[in-house]
Structure formats: C-alpha cells, structure tokens
Design a protein around this ligand. Structure first.
Ligand SMILES: [Zn+2]
Length: 127
C-alpha cells in the first residue's frame, strides 16, 4: 500500500470504526519516509520488533469509534503484511545491508573463516 490513509481504510474494513481511529498508528509506521522517500524507509519499523515498538508507543489496544477494542499489534502486523507480504525480522533487513569500508571502520573483517577466496570474503566485500 502506498498511503497511510489506505492502510487506515483497510483497518476499518477489518475492525470497524473510522479511518482516524487508526491513522496515527499507520502514520507512525511510515513516518520514516521523511528519512528516505522510497521503500527502504520500511527497514526502520516494518519488522517484528517494529510491531512491539508500535505497541509500546500506542498501548496494547485502541478503542475505535465503534467502541471496539483492537489490539495494536494486530494493526501493526496487518500494516506490514499489506506492505511486504509477510513480517520480516529486523535481522532480515540487516542481512540486506551490503557492508562497506566506512561501516567496518575499527572492525575490519580479517578472520580467515570469513574468506571464500583470495579477493572476496563471505559478505561480498572485496578485500
Ligand atoms: Zn508502511
């Protein structure tokens, strides 16, 4: 889904109430678009830990305008599934980071077991 409002409409379809009952939660998830405007912003909160962080931010449940209590984590999980198709772990995102020299400053990977051949280690970094 491209827009938080559409996530809110989806939440209304699932749990009732009005879009504004859910808007703050969906806005919180996609707030990282102000850091990076493309899909990569999702690495910040679109994962299992993000669901728990969302719960910490908004509480265990919200009461929608129909008077129904909806668990925040379910709203969070649905948001991520709508965006990604499943709920990755934070480490799934981290595994996609291509290590570069500036990231490893002070901690270069020189261990022999990380070396596949003489020029490229297992992380794909040319050494
Ligand atoms: Zn999103």
């Amino acid at each position: 889904m491209a827009n938080c409002y559409h996530h809110s409409l989806s939440s209304v379809k699932k749990w009732g109430g009005k879009p504004e009952d859910y808007q703050a939660i969906h806005d919180w998830f996609d707030e990282s678009k102000k850091i990076m405007a493309d899909f990569r912003h999702r690495a910040l909160r679109h994962h299992a830990e993000g669901c728990f962080a969302c719960e910490k931010e908004f509480g265990v449940a919200i009461k929608n305008s129909d008077g129904r209590y909806v668990p925040v984590r379910l709203i969070a999980e649905r948001h991520i599934i709508e965006d990604l198709g499943y709920i990755p772990s934070m480490s799934d995102w981290f595994k996609q980071i291509k290590p570069t020299k500036w990231m490893m400053r002070g901690g270069y990977l020189k261990t022999k077991d990380l070396i596949d051949d003489k020029n490229i280690n297992k992380l794909g970094v040319r050494i």
